[in-house]
Ligand binder design. Structure first.
Ligand SMILES: *Cc1c(COP(=O)(O)O)cnc(C)c1O
Length: 353
């Protein structure tokens, strides 16, 4: 018997079983690879990567671009292997046996796992039946449990709804502990709270290249906070934790981020169209979304999920014990053709055809 760390066996794991779907709308990825012009520039950039050197220049070049875009100092930014790594490190920085971390549920399923990994107490706060966050009660809970860290995903995964920036500010202003705002889907919402970082020393905003910028495979994300906070969190990272290839690619993608605007607009328009069509189906509840996915609820969700799967369509089905998500399916927005096929398959299933 190998002598593993205490409780490692009981550690939950991410239940992302991946199959080879024909239409893959289960993970909120970009359905399209990079725009051809961007791809060409990325490939060209990769052709002169210094494989022999640790990634210093590439790291700071990206930091500089991001800092300039948000008019913040370079010392306020940390880059990570996806925002997943950033979030995990922040949980680590505010974790430990005597700490409590508060986050809404349902929300990103990894928060619970990161809290466990950081050996902190997880204190989930229930969203209401419409998946709205009662901000005052949330603030009350954060104070009651004397949390070290509060986390909000805005817009929220998997429910799709969002807090206003005024609500985000109210939370930041009302609590003393660290406040992590996970903005993984903010490009589809258009309202970021990054500008509040200058005013609130407890606010940390996490962003990613994985969703709107179609770079999930390269694993790049970043965080913005005040310099003292960034400095403390950076202690939890290994030196040279980012690889040059991902950094160089992200550097080009960030330079060319305007090339993604038409795509983001297409996804938003397609989301509206899909939400309208799905709402027209009997017995399907569609939750309003500010993201690149839609959450629906219907009595036969499990059955529909199996049906879609049998036809090579992968959506995200939540296990019946996922708090608040009984009979829910989350469907990422794909191309118009993909969305049409997903919709007609659901419609035919419900109409018994
Ligand atoms: C996808 C996602 C992330 C991060 O993804 P990375 O690929 O690690 O950047 C973070 N938070 C939420 C809520 C997400 O849905």
């Amino acid at each position: 018997m190998l002598n593993y760390r205490k409780d490692l066996e009981k550690m939950p794991s991410y239940d992302g079983v991946e199959k080879d779907y024909r239409i893959k709308v289960n993970a909120n990825e970009s359905t399209l690879n990079l725009p051809p012009l961007v791809e060409e520039r990325v490939i060209n950039r990769l052709s002169y990567v210094a494989f022999n050197r640790y990634p210093n220049e590439e790291y700071y070049s990206l930091v500089e671009q991001i800092a300039k875009n948000f008019s913040v100092d370079k010392s306020q930014i940390l880059i990570g292997g996806g925002s997943s790594e950033i979030i995990e490190k922040i949980f680590h920085a505010f974790g430990g046996g005597d700490k409590t971390i508060v986050y809404p549920q349902p929300s990103f399923s990894m928060y619970k796992i990161y809290a466990k990994a950081a050996e902190a107490q997880a204190a989930p706060f229930d969203l209401d039946e419409k998946f709205d966050l009662n901000v005052d009660e949330f603030i009350k809970k954060i104070r009651e449990v004397n949390a070290s860290l509060a986390v909000v995903c805005n817009p929220n995964n998997p429910t799709g709804n969002a807090l206003t920036i005024a609500q985000v500010e109210k939370i930041a202003a009302s609590i003393d502990c660290a406040f992590l705002l996970d903005e993984a889907y903010v490009e589809f919402y258009g309202r970021s709270a990054v500008n509040l970082v200058a005013k609130y020393p407890n606010l940390i905003v996490a962003r990613t290249f994985s969703k709107a910028y179609g770079m999930a495979g390269a694993r790049v994300g970043y965080m913005i906070a005040q310099a003292e906070v960034t400095k403390m969190i950076s202690k939890t990272f290994m030196p040279y934790h980012m690889n040059t290839l991902s950094l160089a690619a992200a550097d080009i993608i960030y330079q060319m981020r305007d090339e993604f605007i038409p795509r983001i607009q297409m996804i938003v328009a397609e989301r509206q169209r899909m939400a309208g069509r799905l709402s027209s189906l009997d017995g399907v509840e569609v939750f309003p979304s500010n993201t690149n996915f839609i959450l629906i609820r219907l009595a036969r969700a499990a059955e529909l999920n199996e049906h879609l799967e049998s036809l090579g369509i992968g959506v995200r089905y939540f296990s019946p014990d996922a708090a608040g998500l009984k009979n829910c399916l989350r469907i990422s927005i794909g191309t118009r053709l993909e969305n049409d096929e997903v919709f007609s398959t659901i419609k035919n299933f419900l109409e018994g055809r």
